[in-house]
Design a protein around this ligand. Sequence first.
Ligand code: ADP
Ligand code: MG
Length: 725
Amino acid sequence: MSTHLSTPIKQLTRVGAITAARLAKLGIGSVLDLLNHYPTRYEDYSARLSTASLSIGALGTMFGTIGSIETKKTAKKHMQLTQAELLDDAGSIRIVWFNQPYITNTIHKGDHVAIAGTVAHDFSGWVLKNPQFEKIEHPADAIHTSRLVPLYPLTGGLTQKQVRFLVHQALQAAHEMPDILPKKLTEHLELIATQTAIQNIHLPKDAAAYLAARKRLGFEELFIVQLLTERARKNLTQERAPKIPFNETATKKLVASLPFDLTADQRKAAWKILQDMEQGIPMNRLVQGEVGSGKTVVAAIAALNAASAGFQTAFMAPTEILALQHYQTIATIFPHHTVALLTSKHARMSGLVIATPLKNGGSNLNVAMEHVNRATDNRRDDKIAAVVNTLPRNDIKKAISDGNVSIIIGTHAIIQHDISFSKLGLIIIDEQHRFGVAQRKQLKDKTANDVPHLLSMTATPIPRSLALTLYGDLDITTIKQMPKGRKPITTRVVDETNRTKAYQFIKQHIAKKEQVFVICPLIEESDSLGVASATAEYEKLRTGVFKETSIGLLHGKLKSAEKEHIMSAFKSGEILILVATAVVEVGVDVPAATIMIIEGADRFGLSQLHQFRGRVGRSDRQSYCFLFTDSTSPETHNRLQKFVHAKDGFEIAELDLSLRGPGKMYGTEQSGRFTDLKIASLADGALLEKTKEAAQALLKEDPELKECPLLLSELERQSRELHFE
Ligand code: ADP
Ligand code: MG
């Protein structure tokens, strides 16, 4: 039977229904899929070993004949022990396998075999323990021994040997693999052909062959990513977005009403955004600003201009707590526009709505809107009611779809599903790395008009290498400057012996009405939200060292009203110590808080720690961050010390990227674009630059990729899969 790329995996030798199902779990249904299933590592059994010169720890392969083989049960441990003797030209060596009795069914006395493993010496002499083996006549036929032997990602029930055996069959079709890269490019960059690369990524004949395969396949992977981002960027410039003119009067008025002066970086960022929105093409800008640098007002300025031009803004936050905070901030800044809050728990509205008590029937909102619409512009100012707290959710949704609300604030969950906008002009996404690409697209689809402008904001800056790729379709603006008068936060790693001292320190500051966060980590898997750990800490502090202090507990399992109550009590200073889970990781703004305690600090990523620390240092008072850890690992301490000494979020993001990789750092959703990266690393700056240049050059020469139909169809396939914008 001949094997082709499209051959279903079931048709390969020794694949029954069970094996097929197991392969399906790895996403392997065809020969092509199997060829695209690359090894993660290799075992180097290429050294030839001989009984003539044995040495402890030698790794390699011996060829010979089986002199004897038998399996016995050991008396004590109920273990199955298979013992064999291997004879080669020079002598013999003992082999033992533990708990693999089936080997006696496969290998028999007199068989020619290759045995691969590490040479050891024990009380009864030289031995190979649990080695790899295969029956072969010629060393050249080896798949499992005597070469660089691939090790694959597996799933329950599959063995390396099985997968190797199948890959070996699949490789008969490798010559059919299409070479999708333009010939000019592969020649220029000295990349080997796909067919050879596929052969050599699975069964490399030596290290050089493997490296050449890696170079080729790694280049191709990142090159495709780069082409996708370049094309996404270009597609966007061909779409139409509303032209939102800069409203100088309104902007100046807003800026003047703030209790502070904007920093130069804030001004620059706002200016960039306003210029983007004046163009008729969709903005796709990311503001990455140091935590506490004041991104919210910059976003507010953008929303104001959209509102003055008659467009709606959807402003999304990653948590309900943050959405509520933004709602309060924005509603205060914008008394002249209608602002709504919609999360899965909250629905409220404020601004240009007159709260009319309802007697019977009819909607509160309709009555309110009628008043508003009848009022003249001048009179509106006088008639602004504070907040309409009790409107039914459906009324608010209707007001949004009727265009009666200018700014809609919510969590992404709600905005995703069930609102429609009448004239959505701007989308603001706070803490951008929490949102997936697909969600951004969904939002854009929610409006019948032109494509809305997109402004995203993050305090976890994106290292340059990633910025070029993962976010290559974004324009990036950076806010590094902190508001005037902010002091660097003093950060210390504290061990258990100094806990009492730290508590004394806290007491002194509480006496001055300064406030404290205590963050608790997730300890057990089952406690997925960290509720148990925070509750326990809260009880301990409340009944112990801080029994005279007002102290609150905040976690994700609390009812919304409780969360809101606790947050506002903390904001108003009624609560002085807030014990919390990671729910306060991003965005929460309580300027009077000056001490951040992080329990189990070693359990958090560095960028996460930086976010937590950013909850303090939001006023002109000196702030502190104490990292508690009971870890004794020098590595952990080293990592935490790096955090202590890092100068800013940018350095921390780079550190975190090198320690954890992009997937963990930016969450699965965001790195969803790149789950397919099997070879290339996003930390490989040189390759990133090279692929970027190549992608730009190719698109410049052949924008429609007319000359590269195979490449084009691969791009189209991947962008369908990834819901690329
Ligand atoms: P982040 O960039 O972390 O989102 P916020 O927008 O929450 O920061 O702002 C942090 C705090 O600093 C808020 O209390 C905000 O009112 C205040 N703030 C923002 N800009 C300035 C400024 N230019 N001068 C003083 N305080 C500012
Ligand atoms: Mg923020």
